[in-house]
Design a protein around this ligand. Structure first.
Ligand SMILES: Nc1ncnc2c1ncn2[C@@H]1O[C@H](COP(=O)(O)OP(=O)(O)OP(=O)(O)O)[C@@H](O)[C@H]1O
Length: 228
């Protein structure tokens, strides 16, 4: 699903965020990315959906070699990848329904099947009753569920979540985790950067720990491993 070979990322200000990373993540895995602040977790994630380019090394995502990917083909890559952010990034003037429908790649799809698909994903995240509301009328957890619905509406092979529970209280965080686990149980690969020791130590999955731009630990059913 995702392979990195000797990948490094140095930003234009000279900061090396990732240094010679090699990793393989299989289809259907659920992987936590952990590590101290500034370790390189977001950089790792941004490389996968080609928001950033590596300075060195090779990245394969869903059978595509990202170093050979032309700018005009980036939308095809993004169709395979759903992204969820800590701050939701919803369009504030659009309704819940519209936020999700907007993300749907409309390729010869009839309005009726668009409606069916949007309602299907809103049901999956438990928001079918709130489709006419706008983001400011929703709680943080509900907004994050809209963001997850938007991320999965195109049936991506992988969902990448950068601290998806970072702005949420513990109860709401568990709800979001249930939704992500549910998506994963249907075969979607999940990669989630998190600072939540509680989540990582409770819902045990593969843990990749990054420190100073280097992978220092890669463990199935691992612990969070840091004191916070
Ligand atoms: N666009 C950028 N330009 C220059 N330097 C950057 C950029 N993005 C990140 N960095 C630097 O790269 C390093 C790694 O940052 P990154 O955001 O990947 O860490 P992180 O592990 O996600 O941190 P956090 O847990 O605080 O979100 C940091 O030193 C950061 O300052």
């Amino acid at each position: 699903m995702i392979t990195m070979e000797n990948v490094s990322k140095t930003y234009s200000n000279g900061v090396t965020a990732l240094n010679d990373i090699s990793i393989h993540i299989d289809r259907g895995e659920f992987v936590y990315i952990v590590g101290p602040s500034g370790a390189g977790k977001s950089s790792f994630i941004r490389l996968i959906y080609r928001e950033a380019k590596p300075t060195k090394g090779k990245i394969i995502v869903s059978d595509r070699d990202l170093s050979k990917l032309k700018e005009r083909h980036i939308p095809y890559l993004r169709r395979d990848i759903g992204v969820v952010f800590q701050d939701f990034k919803l369009l504030q003037k659009l309704t819940v329904y519209e936020n999700v429908a907007f993300a749907l790649e409309v390729i010869e799809t009839s309005p009726r099947s668009i409606k069916r698909r949007v309602q299907e994903v809103l049901k999956l995240v438990g928001l079918e009753a709130k489709e006419k509301m706008i983001p400011s009328e929703l709680s943080g957890g509900e907004q994050q569920r809209v963001a997850i619905a938007r991320a999965i509406v195109n049936n991506p092979k992988v969902v990448i979540a950068d601290e998806p529970t970072g702005n949420l209280d513990p109860d709401t965080s568990w709800e979001i985790m249930k939704v992500l686990e549910d998506i994963n149980s249907k075969g979607t690969t999940i990669i989630m950067a998190t600072h939540s020791k509680h989540i990582v130590n409770t819902i045990k999955r593969r843990v990749i720990a990054i420190e100073d731009g280097v992978i220092v630990r890669d463990q199935q059913r691992g612990d969070y491993g840091y004191e916070i």
